[in-house]
Structures are given as C-alpha cells and as structure tokens.
Design a protein around this ligand. Structure first.
Ligand code: ADP
Ligand code: MG
Length: 168
C-alpha cells in the first residue's frame, strides 16, 4: 500500500534530507519509524503527501504514483492520507470543534450528518468536553488528540503521525 523505491531528497541548500530510501508497508501494518533529530523523518512524511518532490526515486501510496501525480489530484491523495504534524498545525483562532471540522469544510461536506461525525470522533479520542474551547485552553495531550481527530475526520486509509512525544 505504501512503497518507496530509492527515494532521495536533496534540498536547494544542498542538504541531503533523505538518501536512497526503499521500503514497503502493507495494508493493516502499524509501523514505527525512529531516528534522531535531522534523520529525515519529517521530510519522508512531506514526500508522502506531495508537500515536496523527491530528487529521485518513486513513491506509491495506494493507487497514487505520488511523484507523477498531476497537481489537481493532490487533494485526492491528501484525503486518503491523514497527517498529524509534528507542530500539530492547529488554528489558534478556531475552536476545537472548528479545527477538527476543517477538512470536512474544505471537502465541501458541511451537512449536519457530517458535523455529527466531528462530535463522534471527538468522543472517540476523549475530547468532546472541550468542543467549544480554543487551543490555548487545552493541555498538550488534548491538543495532540485534537490533531489526531482532525487527521481521522475524512476516514483516511493511511494515518501518518509525526511526533517526538506522541504518547500522552
Ligand atoms: N526545507 C528544508 N530546507 C533545507 N533543509 C531541510 C529542509 N527540511 C529539512 N531539512 C534538513 O533535512 C534534514 C532532515 O530533516 P527532517 O526531515 O526535518 O528531520 P527529522 O524530522 O528526522 O528531525 C535535516 O538536516 C534538516 O536540517
Ligand atoms: Mg521531524
């Protein structure tokens, strides 16, 4: 389902983020990727959602050939891949409920049924009581749960979680 073949990424600065990475992850597998700061973990995630292009190599995510994917299909890929970013990327001027519903709104799904799903997922990750609060009012772990809920709201096939302190 995820297949990287000889992937390298050298940034414009000349820094090599990744050097010749090959691996595959099958459907249903749960994989941990560990490595020191600067090893290339975040770069790998950015490559998998076409946030950056590799210098060489191929990246297959489900049915998507990520490197060859035309730009207008990038949103399709990103619907299939939920991401919890290392810095969470929550919007500080939106409530927790609004943050989690954002991907639904971007996808044009704003029916009351879709909004019910936001409450369901908040309940699942244990933050329903914080529904109408703002990010600054929550603990670190609660914010991580918010980011996880947002990553899951479109029922992606793949969840990528990039974090140095994921257990809370
Ligand atoms: N946008 C960028 N421009 C230049 N160098 C970068 C960029 N992003 C990451 N790097 C460099 O690539 C290497 C891998 O970074 P990164 O993937 O963020 O590591 P990790 O997430 O494992 O800590 C580091 O040396 C980092 O400084
Ligand atoms: Mg990182």
């Amino acid at each position: 389902m995820i297949k990287l073949d000889s992937v390298s990424k050298t940034f414009g600065t000349g820094v090599t983020g990744l050097d010749d990475i090959t691996f595959a992850v099958e459907k249903g597998e749960f994989v941990f990727l560990v490595g020191p700061t600067g090893a290339g973990k975040s770069t790998l995630f950015r490559l998998m959602i076409r946030d950056v292009l590799p210098t060489k190599g191929s990246i297959l995510i489900g049915d998507y050939d990520v490197v060859k994917l035309p730009s207008h299909k990038i949103p399709h890929l990103r619907k299939k891949v939920g991401v919890v970013f290392q810095d969470l990327k929550l919007l500080l001027d939106r409530t927790i409920h609004e943050n989690i519903s954002l991907p639904l709104q971007v996808a044009g799904l704003t029916s009351s049924e879709a909004m019910k799903k936001v409450d369901e997922i908040m309940k699942q990750v244990g933050i329903l009581e914080h529904r109408d609060k703002f990010p600054i009012q929550l603990s670190g772990g609660e914010l991580q749960r918010t980011a996880i809920a947002r990553a899951l709201i479109l029922s992606p096939d793949i969840l990528l979680a990039d974090s140095a302190y994921f257990i809370s």
